[in-house]
Each structure stands twice: as structure tokens, then as C-alpha cells.
Design a protein around this ligand. Sequence first.
Ligand code: GTP
Ligand code: NA
Ligand code: MG
Length: 277
Amino acid sequence: DAPEDLEARAPIVTVMGHVDHGKTSLLDYIRKENVIAGESGGITQHIGAYGVQLENGQKIAFLDTPGHEAFTAMRARGAQVTDLAIIVIAADDDIMPQTKEAISHAQAAGVPIVFAINKIDRPEANPEKIKERLASMNLLVEDWGGKIQSHDISAKTGLGVKELLEKVILEAEILELKANPNRLASGTVVEAFLDKGRGYVSTVLVQTGTLHVGDYVLAGKNSGKIKAMQDERGKNVKEAGPSTPVSILGLDGATQAGDKFSVLEDEREAKDIASKR
Ligand code: GTP
Ligand code: NA
Ligand code: MG
């Protein structure tokens, strides 16, 4: 892509952290507060990725991976989709093994980290202790004179979540994330399943270009013409640009998380390539 073809795109964010430190609670809170969801009266469908729009209009795409395994599996398949990692640490606990693992994963992938120091509504919470522990691991958060963003939150009450997301946006701005929306789409499969009524459904994250209903898609060993696309609310959409998660119908089989997908000029080319895989 020529530089003049590139446009700013939303960051793609993964939430990681130790068991029970509050990843799901944080994502649930964010989804509930999601401006887009609010408009339609709530989330009706669970998919592995979804878009969130903040009050100020800024967008973030969240990868709702069941934590580290999906992240590692996708990375092992060469799929580097995450721009940023939120690592949730319960302030009434400690830096636990899976916290360390999450930090290592993000560092190995060269993905900036924003720490969400969670559960500060609990009387036992000690966010300063957590920051001190991080400092002892050479991870200096801003409060401690370092460069790593962190914010104290309660995923339960929502305290600090807005500010956390603002920090995510700030961190993303440094990355100057861009993509060309005006080309054939390509991206990564986030999850796939067989729906009794609808057939094979793949949730994909568009990374570059714009995906349209009617496009011929090649994804891993599968291919097909997109019959319909839905956003995280199950609302039918006709197109999906960069950093947009969307469920697609019409592929001839179950793709796998981490499969790359791309749109080809015509159906025969797509089938040809798929049959040789
Ligand atoms: P796994 O997916 O099992 O690794 O856990 P998780 O990190 O998704 O944690 P989850 O959101 O399931 O939260 C674990 C428990 O902590 C639940 O009982 C939550 O209600 C509770 N919890 C999460 N966030 C908060 C918080 O901010 N404050 C309080 N008081 N409890 C919280
Ligand atoms: Na849990
Ligand atoms: Mg969870």
C-alpha cells in the first residue's frame, strides 16, 4: 500500500491475566457500557471478538480469547493480530504465574501492555503492592516513574474502566495504526463453529481492506462466497473495514482460529487454491 492509501484504524486489544483476576468481568462491563450495544438494547450473541465504541466515538476491537492458550495458538500459527494487551491483575492477590506468563507473551510478541489493577473495591485490595511487585520485575508503571500504563479499576463497579480505556487509546495512538480500507480484505479467523440453522460460521477480524457480502473468501483449507455477515449484536452488515470483527456465513467448512483469510478476485481462483491445500 502507498502511504497515501493508509487510514487510521482502531486498535485490536487482547485481555489476559491470571485465573479469576477479572478478565471476563472487565470485558462484560465494557460491553455493557458499549455505546453501540446500548443503542440496540444489549448484546444478544457471544462471539470471539467484538467492536466497542467509546463515548467520544473512538473504537476498540476486543479479542475475547479464553486467555493465553488462544493467544499462543494464534501466534504459533503466525497470526499476530493483537496490537495491545490489557493484563488484568487482582489487587487483592499477587503477581501470579499466569500473570507472568501473560507478560512474557506480550513482550515476546512486542505488544505494549496496559495493566488493569482490578478489584480495588475490595477492602483487601492493595494496588500499590502490585505496582511495587511489578517494579521489582523491572516493569515500572507511570505512577512509579516508568513508561508502562496502568490504571486501578473495579470491573465490578466500573470504577476507572473509562480511564483505563482512554489509556489504551493513548497507547494505541503512539503505534500510529493504519490500514488501507480500499482493497480486497484480508485478516485472521478468530473462531469458527457449526451453527445448526446457519451452517459454518467464522468470526473473522478484518485487518486490511474492506470485506463485503458477495466476496469470495479463502480461509485456510476452506473457501466460499459470503452469504451474510453479522456484527457482535447479530445485526446484518454489508461491509466490514479494517479492525472490524464480523461473523461470516458461506464458507464450505470450519476454519480454525488463527487461519488467515483473504478475498480473491473470483470464485474459481478461490476454489482452486483451497483444493490444493
Ligand atoms: P478466568 O476466566 O476463570 O481465568 O477468570 P477471569 O479472569 O475471567 O475472572 P472473572 O471475571 O470470572 O472474575 C472472577 C471472580 O472475581 C468473579 O467472582 C467476579 O465476580 C470477581 N470479580 C471480578 N472483578 C471484580 C472486581 O472488580 N471486584 C470484585 N469485588 N470482584 C470482582
Ligand atoms: Na473465573
Ligand atoms: Mg474469564
